[in-house]
Design a protein around this ligand. Structure first.
Ligand code: SF4
Ligand SMILES: [Zn+2]
Length: 176
């Protein structure tokens, strides 16, 4: 086993999830969520190209998506990897800046009529899209709005589960 593989977020997960194929979107989503919080995605994707893996979902990408990235990069693996892993946050950032308008008092309003947007086959709620665009990575658990302003997508107004857990722990500590 390669060194990076022991740090894989899928270590110990059901391998079936990663081999379910494109006809099982539920399994793909579950596997992709695991890949999205994996710290060794780059090494995994390079290895997938080197191994010629034609079956498993790797680094959140199906083999069809990997082939497409490699084709667009004229067979250059390094470029294909860079494009594949950069693409989502960059695209989400562009979408965010297109549709987010400052509303004063630090709030930022989402102005598009769509509340769920499909990017590279993954549906993003507006709050999750904003999170990835603003932080450049996936949230832990769901993203919730901490303020009461409808459709606000300002960075300080969004929380993920890790933030909420930390805040709850801090409150608990302060109350004892
Ligand atoms: S990127 Fe996904 S498939 Fe690759 S090691 Fe990480 S969790 Fe496993
Ligand atoms: Zn707000």
């Amino acid at each position: 086993m390669s060194n990076w593989a022991t740090a894989a977020a899928c270590f110990g997960e059901d391998p079936e999830l990663f081999h379910a194929g494109e006809r099982d979107p539920g399994a793909i989503k579950q596997a992709r969520d695991i890949c999205n919080r994996c710290s060794v995605r780059t090494a995994c994707l390079i290895a997938a190209y080197q191994e010629g893996d034609e079956h498993a979902l790797r680094a959140g990408l199906t083999s069809r998506q990997r082939r497409s990235h490699l084709r667009k990069a004229d067979g250059n693996v390094a470029r294909a990897v860079a494009n594949a892993l950069e693409a989502t946050p960059v695209v989400l950032r562009e979408i965010y800046h297109l549709h987010a308008q400052p509303a004063g008092d630090g709030h930022v309003l989402w102005t598009d009529h769509r509340h769920v947007i499909n990017v590279r086959g993954t549906p993003y709620t507006v709050t999750r899209l904003a999170w990835v665009a603003l932080y450049g990575g996936e949230p832990i658990g769901s993203v919730q709005r901490a303020c009461r302003v409808d459709m606000c997508v300002a960075q300080p107004c969004l929380t993920d589960r890790r933030m909420r857990d930390r805040a709850a722990a801090a409150r608990k500590k302060a109350s004892v």
